[in-house]
Write a protein that binds this ligand. Structure first.
Ligand code: IVH
Length: 674
């Protein structure tokens, strides 16, 4: 090939490979199979190694990392990298808006609102549209040169190009955040585990640890991501006058900009965004620690200026921290409803996730060993959303010399029965069954709980007393209780006793769904119980169903079906059910639903990501009406995965398993055609 032709081919390959990188790493919508991509990549590598003089820093082949550095060079930022002031309450936000309205003397301010990414601030410098340097924030004036590491981050464009391949010729500094998606964090920790390496406590530490590697080949082996949120400097092209437009400008030149942002007006718009994102926080594919409000007009931003190290025109509205540090005072073992022994950390009280936490789960023995948690340690406690608080990790630097390892008991700490652990399970279980008072108590509490039989007032303390006094050992015994027995309990006056009897009486008339849920069958949650009740209509038709029939119910797979069959095969359980019925516990029944036959009968779908044109619930309803089963997780049995925007691990899993993936348009075409 003539040199000119080689040069052209190299340019075309680079452009095409980067376009695929963008589709894959930013949009999560690859358009060619991996093998095709690899072919292009190898062709470029070969041409470059035959013509080293044509290798330039914007080549995607350099994304695999290069020889290790001795240390990072310092970089003086051309414009300082500032921080944001924080708002922790609605009042703080109202005060922020009031200050701005006053300073600008306008009635209603237009704001650009976006996510506060929980990663590391980075400055990317592009010269003539080519990525030349990347630096950490450092002290705001001087950061570290991590160019080689950032080059390995596939989401960061090495050259600014629009979708048509046109190159932007400008000098521009892009500000944004490097982070690690939760799924990539989990994968990394799995790997660390497999290699006997220390795990990272959270995605931010993992991102920081990966970016601050002197050997960029290590960084290349970790999947980091990037989102832009601002522009530092810009020469050679005129920027639009609104922050929102500037973000759209960056996105149009291939910069990753998160989809969750919008323009709102006035303080109510800010608070609404906060609430909305707060509700979605747990289901986002990456960690955020708040939202950011910015005056949308750049001219107004300039008028407002800065105070000390932070802009006056922007503020971060923080969510309650999901992690906090505290000391681990002791470890206890709790016995759950199904006999599982759970080690629980007793903690010095700490405020996390919006509540004060004194206990956190250590999950099981393996987890506790893996995290190397010891009594006396300083630990990081995490409470995300509504999930129960857990010990996320240990701060080893603070381990006292007398920290002690905890040993799991060899017998059930409650009933003394021996404990077993099955080969494929992480949990030790008490073999005492309902002989074990702990299991009995938990089973009763579950039976009486609000979403089950809803026996008002039958809480921890009372169940404890009833079981310890041997007045109650199965749920059926509750319906045999009389005034005399109850009033003999400590602190039980006549009035409370009457209230309890009244609540028990009221619970006699229930629904089949509640009853099924109340039985506490392993793996049968509230939704499954509802679906089962709907499908089978009566307890007897459920009792006689085999695993195959059970699996016709949505979200019931082989495991759930088997635990149901096992539960109903147990004589003790049958007995309790019969006793409950003869005690007058009842519900309305109907005929079983006929097997649904639709065009999609027998097909299993998984929905993931956000669909633009319809809510997930709607999509699910449509599919079910057509006879399809909609499941929550991807397996070999999945026929189709419908992937909307920001699809994460499920999409990846589908690709791994070779399951057909439909994008929104294809999905709409499919259902319209039926
Ligand atoms: S704007 C001049 N926007 O939060 C304003 N910062 O304390 C500069 N951050 O160091 C920051 N998400 O790393 C901005 N959407 C966002 C952000 C964001 C995360 C980080 C950033 C900065 C820190 C501010």
């Amino acid at each position: 090939m003539a040199l000119l032709a080689v040069k052209e081919r190299i340019a075309a390959l680079r452009s095409e490979i980067e376009r695929h990188n963008y589709r894959y790493y930013v949009l999560d919508e690859p358009v060619i199979p991996d093998a095709e991509y690899d072919k292009l990549f190898r062709e470029l590598q070969t041409l470059e190694s035959n013509h080293p003089e044509l290798l330039t820093p914007d080549s995607p082949t350099l994304r695999v990392g290069s020889a290790p550095l001795k240390s990072f060079a310092e970089v003086a930022h051309r414009t300082p990298m500032l921080s944001l002031n924080n708002a922790f309450s609605e009042e703080d936000v109202r005060a922020f808006d009031a200050r701005i309205r006053e300073a600008l003397d306008i009635a209603t301010v237009e704001y650009a609102v976006e996510l506060k990414f929980d990663g590391l601030a980075i400055n990317l410098s592009y010269r003539h549209g080519q990525f030349v340097q990347g630096a950490t924030r450092g002290d705001g004036n001087t950061g570290e040169d991590v160019t080689e590491n950032l080059r390995t981050v596939r989401a960061i464009p090495l050259r600014l190009r629009d979708a048509a391949g046109v190159e932007l010729i400008a000098d521009i500094e892009v500000r944004g955040e490097v982070l690690m998606y939760t799924r990539d964090f989990e994968k990394l920790n799995q790997q660390q585990r497999a290699q006997g390496e220390k795990e990272f406590v959270n995605p931010r530490n993992a991102a920081a640890g990966s970016l601050r590697q002197l050997d960029s080949r290590v960084t290349a082996s970790r999947r980091l991501s990037f989102f832009a949120y601002g522009i530092g400097l810009c020469e050679g092209v005129t920027l639009p006058g609104l922050h929102e437009q500037q973000m759209a400008f960056l996105a149009s030149w291939g910069m990753p900009v998160a989809v969750f942002h919008r323009v709102v007006s006035g303080v109510e718009g800010l608070l609404e965004f906060y609430r909305e994102i707060g509700g979605q926080r747990a289901s986002l594919p990456f960690a955020i620690d708040g939202v950011v409000y910015k005056v949308n007009s750049i001219a107004l931003q300039q008028r407002l200026g800065f105070i000390a190290r932070a802009p006056r025109f922007a503020i971060a509205h923080k969510f309650p921290a999901e992690e906090a540090m505290t000391s681990l005072l002791d470890i206890d073992v709790q016995v759950g409803r199904t006999g599982v022994l759970t080690p629980v950390a007793r903690l010095a009280p700490v405020f996390v996730g919006g509540v004060t936490v004194t206990n956190a789960t250590l999950h099981n023995e393996d987890e506790m060993r893996r995290k190397d948690v010891r009594i006396g340690d300083t630990v990081i406690v995490r409470r995300a959303g509504d999930v129960i608080p857990e010990v996320a990790g240990v701060v080893l630097e603070r381990r006292p010399v007398d920290a002690r390892e905890f040993v799991m008991p060899l017998v059930c700490p409650v009933c003394g029965s021996h404990v077993t652990r099955e080969a494929d399970e992480a949990a030790w279980r008490c073999t005492g069954g309902l002989f074990c008072p702990a299991q009995r108590k938990q089973a009763l509490l579950h039976f009486a709980s609000r979403r089950a039989m809803n026996i008002d007032g039958l809480g921890d303390k009372l169940v404890e007393q009833l079981v310890d006094a041997e007045l109650v050992s199965t749920p059926a015994d509750l319906y045999k209780l009389g005034m005399n027995a109850i009033t003999r309990l400590a602190r039980m006056g006549e009035k409370s006793a009457l209230n309890l009897l009244d609540a028990i009486e009221k619970s006699r008339h229930t629904t089949l769904a509640r009853f099924i849920f109340a039985l506490g069958i392993r793996n049968v949650g509230e939704t499954t119980a509802k679906d089962l009740a709907q499908r089978f209509g009566s307890l007897d038709s459920l009792l006689t169903a085999d695993t195959e029939r059970l699996q016709q119910v949505r979200d019931v797979g082989p495991v759930v079906a088997q635990s149901m069959v096992d539960f109903f095969a147990e004589e003790h359980n049958r007995n309790v059910i019969e006793q409950l019925r003869s005690q007058g516990v009842c519900w309305d029944e109907h005929d079983p639903e006929p097997d649904k036959i639709g065009v999609l009968t027998g097909k299993t779908f998984v929905l993931t990501g956000t669909l633009a044109s319809l809510a997930r619930e709607q999509a699910k309803a449509v599919l079910e009406a057509l006879g399809a089963k909609v499941s929550g997780s991807v397996s070999k049995k999945t026929d189709y995965v419908v992937a909307g925007l920001e699809s994460g691990s499920k999409l990846e899993r589908a690709r791994e398993l070779g399951v057909a993936v439909l994008d929104e348009n294809e999905f709409l075409l499919l259902i319209e055609g039926l």
